[in-house]
Ligand binder design. Structure first.
Ligand code: SF4
Length: 182
C-alpha cells in the first residue's frame, strides 16, 4: 500500500498545535507506517511545499503576505486540508489585533511606542513579510475539508482524527471530545 503524503504547515500561530501533535508520542511511530511526512516544520527540512500532497494540517491564521502565499499554494497542491486548531478555525489570538482596525496602529504600538533603544518599524520588502490589514481564519481564503478546533487540539483529538483518515475512513467530528474550542 502506498503511504499517504502527509504535511503540516505553521502560519500565524504559537506552534502549540504542533507541540500537541508531538504529544502523540509513541503513536507517531504507528502513524509513520501509514504516512510519509513530505513537508513540516517538525518533521522535514524541505523548503518548498511539494505537489500532490494527500493530507495537510494547517496551524495558524493568515496574518501576513507570506502566510497567504503559502496557504494558496498548499491548497492548490493538497487533496485534504485540515484547519488545525482555533487560530486556523477562527483566527483566535492573532486576530486580537483586528480590534485596532488596521496594521498601522499595531506596528506603531509594538515598534515605536514600546521600542527600547532604536524604535523603528521594520520594513524590508522580500525579507520582512507585510502584515495584512486583517488577520483571517483560513476558511475565509481557501476551501477546507475538515475542521479540528482546540487551543491546542489535544493529542487524543488529533489521533481520533488522523487514525480513521489514514485508513481511508472519514473521522466523526462531533461531540465535546472532537469539536470543543479552547
Ligand atoms: Fe497556539 Fe492555540 Fe493558536 Fe494553536 S490554536 S497556534 S495552541 S494559540
Amino acid at each position: 500500500m502506498d503511504k499517504i503524503k502527509f504535511a503540516t504547515i505553521w502560519l500565524a500561530g504559537c506552534s502549540g498545535c504542533h507541540m500537541s501533535f508531538l504529544d502523540l508520542d509513541e503513536w507517531l511511530i504507528d502513524l509513520s507506517e501509514f504516512v510519509d511526512v513530505v513537508y513540516s516544520p517538525v518533521g522535514s527540512d524541505l523548503k518548498d511545499y511539494p505537489e500532490n500532497v494527500d493530507v495537510c494540517l494547517v496551524e495558524g491564521a493568515v496574518a501576513n503576505e507570506d502566510n497567504l502565499e503559502l496557504l494558496l499554494q498548499v491548497r492548490e497542491r493538497t487533496k485534504m486540508l485540515i484547519s488545525f486548531g482555533d487560530c486556523a478555525v477562527t483566527a483566535n489570538v492573532p486576530a486580537m489585533r483586528n480590534m485596532l482596525g488596521s496594521t498601522e496602529p499595531v506596528l506603531k504600538r509594538c515598534y515605536l511606542e514600546l521600542g527600547d533603544t532604536t524604535p523603528q518599524i521594520p520594513k524590508d520588502p522580500g525579507i520582512v513579510p507585510e502584515l495584512l490589514d486583517r488577520v483571517r481564519p483560513i476558511h475565509e481564503l481557501v476551501d477546507i475539508d475538515l475542521f479540528m478546533p482546540g487551543c491546542p487540539p489535544p493529542a487524543d483529538r488529533i489521533k481520533a482524527t488522523l487514525a480513521p483518515l489514514v485508513e481511508g475512513k472519514q473521522p466523526k467530528m462531533e461531540g465535546r471530545e472532537m469539536i470543543k474550542f479552547g
